[in-house]
Design a protein around this ligand. Structure first.
Ligand SMILES: [Zn+2]
Length: 266
């Protein structure tokens, strides 16, 4: 009830005739205030807050006009800055848990194949696909997008091996995932099954791990090569506050090596 009131309050703020200092790069409209996620950072579970977990900008989350989240906005900015939008025409793309706004952006740029997939599809046009057993041939995609998915996947190692398998040589994987830079190692424990326990341990009821500062190495452990870049490296001109994105969230981009190599999965 409190969170619903909080959300309605922030949505209501945006109809007031005040100068708009923020901007949604997806609907291209000025915004007075982005709507916080679940009330914002002060409602984050204590451990995630104490670990300074980096993920969504929960204080500046939802666009009051188009509903895009901060991670949608950040991904669009990152895709442009990394030159990946230019690679979409004619490309074969597999998109897990596809966000509506990102899916629209990809579709208009003319990929030759665009599969939107989810383990539990929620709308028409999304096929049922398990990230740990991708029903696709080897090297059949040029780009795999799993934006805030890996933190939900039980068998991350198998999923990463599958992403590696279905990517063409030189293909890219976008694996945005929350992590805590204060943790020296990625943390998960199969004994933490209860939703409440997961909320407290990992920051959300349906997360199954908290990645640590070893995140790039962990995500690259099955053969992908890290091409991770920080906000500052890729988007030095972008004011994170104005755009409602988390400047601490790097672009978690990975690439399958172009040359065949003897790969020893860890
Ligand atoms: Zn918007």
């Amino acid at each position: 009830m409190l969170l619903r009131f909080w959300r309605a309050f922030f949505l209501g703020l945006n109809v007031l005739p005040f100068p708009r200092s923020r901007y949604c790069c997806i609907c291209k409209r000025d915004v007075l205030r982005f709507v916080p996620y679940r009330g914002g950072s002060m409602f984050m579970p204590p451990l995630a807050r104490a670990l300074k977990a980096v993920g969504s900008d929960v204080d500046h989350f939802e666009c009051p006009h188009c509903g895009a989240s901060d991670r949608d906005r950040h991904l669009v900015l990152y895709l442009r800055a990394a030159g990946l939008i230019a690679r979409i025409p004619g490309a074969r793309i597999l998109h897990f848990a596809p966000e509506k706004h990102i899916a629209e952006l990809i579709s208009v740029h003319g990929p030759s194949l665009y599969i939107q997939a989810d383990k539990f599809p929620t709308r028409a046009g999304i096929v049922e696909l398990d990230l740990t057993r991708i029903a696709a041939d080897d090297q059949s995609f040029d780009l795999v997008i799993a934006n805030h998915v890996m933190e939900h996947v039980d068998d991350a190692k198998q999923s990463l091996a599958e992403i590696y398998r279905v990517l063409a040589r030189g293909g890219f994987a976008i694996l945005q995932t929350p992590f805590a830079p204060t943790l020296t190692r990625t943390f998960e424990d199969p004994g933490i099954q209860d939703r409440s326990a997961r909320l407290h341990a990992y920051g959300q009821e349906d997360h199954v791990r908290m990645y640590g500062r070893d995140i790039a190495a962990v995500l690259a452990s099955q053969g992908l090569v890290s091409r991770v870049k920080t906000h500052q490296e890729l988007l030095p001109e972008i004011d994170a506050g104005r755009h409602g994105v988390n400047s601490s969230e790097p672009f978690l981009l990975f690439q399958k090596p172009i040359e065949s190599q003897s790969h020893e999965p860890s």
